[in-house]
Design a binder for this molecule. Structure first.
Ligand SMILES: [Ca+2]
Ligand SMILES: [Ca+2]
Length: 203
């Protein structure tokens, strides 16, 4: 991408982002400016990303979840989010199509990136989601889904899987599309709000 410190967005990147998101040139240029102000290197590190999450969840521990989300957004796996990855993530989580969101959710749950989801991977993400729910709010969860283990079992049963089975991307998307209960159980709705707030802050 050449000179990432340039304060102007390159024409190619701008065209690319306009094509792949619904953001206008004006919005993209304004965000890029703020992005560079917050991240002068042109990249968001994992630590920075975690610290942004931490400010939104003062009563909980969002670190593990933030790391998983970061991994799912870091599409070239270089350990940082550049402006393109950041904007694509923002678009995806705030105004992306349902199919794109589900594909993203699959990547989030496929922790080791091998193309299938195991029960352990479900449990790992569900655990990280629980860490983001304050103790007070956890008391209000349904009896049969108020621990990461119970919730994982419930999701796994919905998919009709045995202990060591795996879920493919097709099965995952189909299952979540067909069953609103699974959709509710796999997601945590706050990141959306976080994204909105990030958007307001323009970072
Ligand atoms: Ca990256
Ligand atoms: Ca996997």
């Amino acid at each position: 991408m050449g000179n990432s410190k340039s304060s102007a967005l390159s024409k190619e990147l701008l065209e690319d982002l306009k094509l792949n998101t619904r953001y206008s040139e004006h919005e993209l240029c304004a965000w890029y400016k703020t992005f560079l102000k917050e991240c002068p290197t042109g990249r968001i590190t994992r630590e920075k990303f975690e610290s942004i999450y931490a400010t939104f969840f003062p009563d909980a521990n969002p670190k593990a979840y933030a790391q998983h989300v970061f991994r799912s957004f870091d599409s070239n796996s270089d350990g940082t989010l550049d402006f393109k990855e950041y904007i694509v993530a923002l678009h995806l989580t705030s105004s992306g199509k349902t199919m794109q969101k589900l594909q993203w959710a699959f990547v989030l749950y496929d922790v080791d990136g091998n193309g299938t989801i195991s029960k352990n991977e479900i449990q790992e993400i569900v655990k990280s989601i629980f860490n983001m729910i304050s103790k007070e709010d956890q008391k209000n969860l349904r009896h049969d889904e108020n621990t990461p283990e119970k919730r994982t079992d419930k999701i796994w049963d919905f998919f009709g899987k045995k202990q060591n089975d795996k879920i493919s991307e097709g099965e995952f998307i189909q299952g979540v599309t067909d069953n609103k209960e699974i959709l509710r159980l796999i997601q945590f709705d706050k990141p959306q709000k976080v994204q909105d707030r990030l958007k307001e802050k323009k970072l």
